[in-house]
Write a protein that binds this ligand. Structure first.
Ligand SMILES: [Zn+2]
Length: 99
């Protein structure tokens, strides 16, 4: 009888430990998924933020991530909506660079 009780207790303990491990594994998995998602979305949001902030300094137009008309002044890259704006900037970079 005592042996039966011991077997039952051990069985219950094993079940409990297995459940606890399962819970820990599930939590770890959740955290991993959460980390992957937040990292991914934060990158996307940051990229979006950068993209929406990019403006043609000459005409003020939002140019998104278009980089076909680019110029450089004092180590900073500037991008323009068109060749016309790029040429204006290249003639007088100081006039537009600080905007
Ligand atoms: Zn422009």
């Amino acid at each position: 009888m005592a042996l039966e009780l011991m077997k039952k207790t051990i069985g219950n303990t094993v079940a409990l430990v297995t459940a606890a491990f399962g819970l820990v594994a599930a939590l770890a998995w959740n955290i991993a998924i959460h980390t992957i998602f937040t990292t991914f979305f934060e990158t996307q949001i940051m990229r979006l933020h950068l993209v929406t902030r990019m403006k043609d300094p000459v005409c003020g137009m939002e140019i998104g991530d278009r980089k076909e008309f680019g110029s450089e002044h004092n180590g900073t890259a500037y991008y323009f909506c068109s060749l016309v704006c790029k040429e204006k900037f290249d003639k007088e970079p100081k006039r537009y660079a600080d905007k």
